[in-house]
Design a protein around this ligand. Structure first.
Ligand SMILES: *Cc1c(COP(=O)(O)O)cnc(C)c1O
Length: 600
């Protein structure tokens, strides 16, 4: 029997009972379950020829598109523990990962996507539906519907130069048949351990940990497993391995249908990110650039008279950008550590008005101050209803709920590297109907930063310039993961997924503040309801912030010193994005030890 040790160039996985703990066909079977399971088992044990069983099962089940979407969800929910991390490590080690499955492509493709595997690296049997999504037929000519199909396909893949040396991982009899065509076949028994398959395989594994030892050299393992540095600074923040790996998917053309499909995947999530509903005339967009690019875009689309609430470094940036592009911007100064007093703010709007727009930073990252948006919106509605509200929600969006209507927002923006926990480089926004109408009337709008060109380009799936495609891949995966509650132990629906994420951040804030209290420290913001739920700014109260940060860094955790004049007087922790409560416990434990050392 042929078996040779790693390194491999490509790792091929079976899907059912290998990547995912279910058999898709059994999920589809419903009442026919035991009848079909018996057939499946006989085929897997090699007692029945696959070609006879395949069509038989499908004709009995006749799966609709909706049924396959349900199976896809079940597949993703039951991804084998440790598999996501393993696939991410394989990709980080430069391996190409393929999925080869006799299952149905519309469902198998979703597991692959959840693991960051490109669609073109998925080999499974397609299904034909009618216009209503009812089953019509399956891809009868596909080799994987026939017995001997899997080894034949693997033989063909092994002959391909771009795939190099291949290892195959599977659990069934048809998987075992590939062993003569690949450098290594690993029988994987985390879900089912089939005696015949284990007996015939040179390499066997019961866990993803064992599996990794068969697929990577010790050197590759050491490199792929080097400890991650954990970023608690308020952006960029910690990015999960799977998300990093999604950026390494093969390049696609930005005018190709795959790009349309990628934006189609992203787009519906923007409504939940920024809190808007269909029929409100609100439109969202993704743009390539950092968050500040969309601050400038937002300002380009409004008239010249602006009032900028300045209560921190990023709020000040609104004012600076507005002045730079020639707007008549007035600053409304508020002490750092405070949110604006609404009485004073609206008095100013009326006395010196009318203003075309007010700018605010919803969550001032430099001071950890949250400006409550609902009362601000109510005050504006009452006293300056024609003035647009432009909101920098950079450390808030994706971290806490935003509701464009209730919060009276005309333009909201964020960046990828903050509460969305992605690498930097993308900016996201949404604009109200009246913002868009006014923007049409503004004369010189800029070409590159024109907000309407950006929004139209997103909507028409025709971005005006080449987008950062790899970052879009990471964004699509992250938004899908949020909607299905990947870090929250699952979700009933997309809204539930987002709500659980928000609730996790709120719990982390409560834990952070309780910890500070226990250390004899307090939050920098002047009032409890101004304390940011995503970025805590804590007054140092005599602690040597530099020394504490250095101690934490030695343990792989990075926090932020105070911003500007607050350096040394405060420190900041961004407890948002994909940080888990267990991660925060580790950080706070280490920080408590660092403080204790200083106080001895
Ligand atoms: C980080 C940040 C910005 C700037 O984002 P860039 O992506 O660096 O342009 C703006 N506003 C707030 C509140 C931020 O936290």
């Amino acid at each position: 029997m042929k078996d040779s040790a790693p390194p491999y160039d490509t790792v091929v996985f079976d899907c059912d009972s290998t990547l995912s703990a279910i058999e898709g066909i059994d999920e589809l079977a419903g009442d026919l379950r035991s009848e079909l399971a018996a057939l499946t088992e006989r085929a897997m044990n090699g007692e029945l020829a696959l070609e006879d069983v395949y069509g038989l099962r499908l004709e009995r089940v006749r799966p609709s598109r909706a049924a396959l979407e349900r199976v896809a969800r079940r597949y993703v929910e039951t991804i084998v523990p440790g598999m996501r991390e393993l696939v991410a490590r394989l990709e980080r080690s430069g391996k190409r990962v393929l999925v080869v499955s006799g299952g149905l492509l519309p469902a198998v493709r979703e597991v692959a996507r959840a693991l960051g595997v490109a669609d073109r690296d998925v080999h499974a049997v397609d299904v034909v539906f009618d216009a209503h999504g009812a089953y019509r037929d399956f891809e009868r000519s596909h080799p994987l519907t026939r017995s001997g199909g899997k080894p034949a396909l693997l033989a063909a893949l092994s002959a391909r130069e771009d795939l190099g040396r291949i290892a195959f991982v599977g659990d069934g009899a048809t998987d075992l048949e590939t062993r003569t065509h690949v450098a290594r076949f690993v029988a994987f028994g985390a879900v089912v351990r089939r005696a015949a398959v284990f007996a015939g395989a040179a390499a066997t594994a019961l866990t993803t940990h064992e599996l990794e030892q068969h697929l990577l050299t010790p050197d590759e393992r050491a490199r792929a497993r080097r400890p991650m540095q954990r970023l608690w600074i308020p952006g960029p923040t910690h990015v999960r391995e799977e998300i990093l790996a999604a950026q390494a998917l093969p390049m696609i053309g930005h005018r190709a249908p795959q790009m349309d499909a990628l934006i189609d995947r992203i787009d519906p999530h923007l409504a939940l990110l920024f809190g808007y509903r269909h029929g409100q005339g609100v439109r969202g967009a993704v743009a390539t650039g950092s968050a500040t690019s969309l601050m400038e875009s937002a300002l380009i689309g409004v008239g010249p008279r602006l009032l900028c609430v300045v209560n921190g470094a990023f709020a000040k940036r609104w004012h600076e950008v507005a002045r730079t592009i020639g707007r008549d911007a007035v600053s409304f100064d508020v002490a750092w550590g405070e949110a604006p007093d609404l009485e004073r703010l609206t008095d100013r709007l009326v006395k010196d008005g009318p203003f075309d727009a007010v700018t605010v930073v919803a969550n001032e990252t430099s001071t950890g101050v949250l400006t409550p948006l609902a009362p601000l919106a109510a005050a504006l509605r009452e006293r300056a209803p024609e003035t647009l509200l432009l909101v920098d929600a950079v450390t808030l969006a994706g971290g806490q709920p935003i509701d464009m209507e209730r919060h009276g927002i005309d333009f909201v923006l964020t960046g990828s590297q903050k509460a969305l926990a992605l690498p930097p480089g993308l900016a996201l926004c949404a604009a109200s109907k009246r913002y868009q109408e006014r923007a049409k009337k503004v004369a010189s709008r800029s070409w590159y930063l024109d907000p309407l060109r950006i929004i139209d380009g997103h909507e028409k799936r025709a971005t005006p310039t080449t987008p950062a495609i790899s970052l879009y891949q990471a964004l699509a995966l992250q938004l899908d993961d949020i909607a299905r509650g990947a870090l929250e132990g699952g979700a009933r629906d997309a809204a539930d997924g987002w709500n659980k994420r928000f609730a996790r951040h709120t719990r982390m804030q409560a834990r952070m503040l309780a910890w500070a209290h226990a250390q004899g420290l307090c939050a920098f913001p002047a009032r409890a309801d101004w304390c940011s739920p995503t970025v805590s700014c804590i007054a140092a109260n005599g602690i040597d912030v530099g020394r504490m940060s250095a101690d934490l860094e030695a343990a792989g955790h990075h926090i932020s010193n105070g911003y500007g004049d607050l350096k040394g007087k405060t420190f900041r922790v961004g407890h948002f994005g994909d940080h888990l409560e267990s991660d925060l416990e580790e950080l706070l434990g280490l920080a408590a030890e660092a403080i204790a050392r200083q106080r001895r």
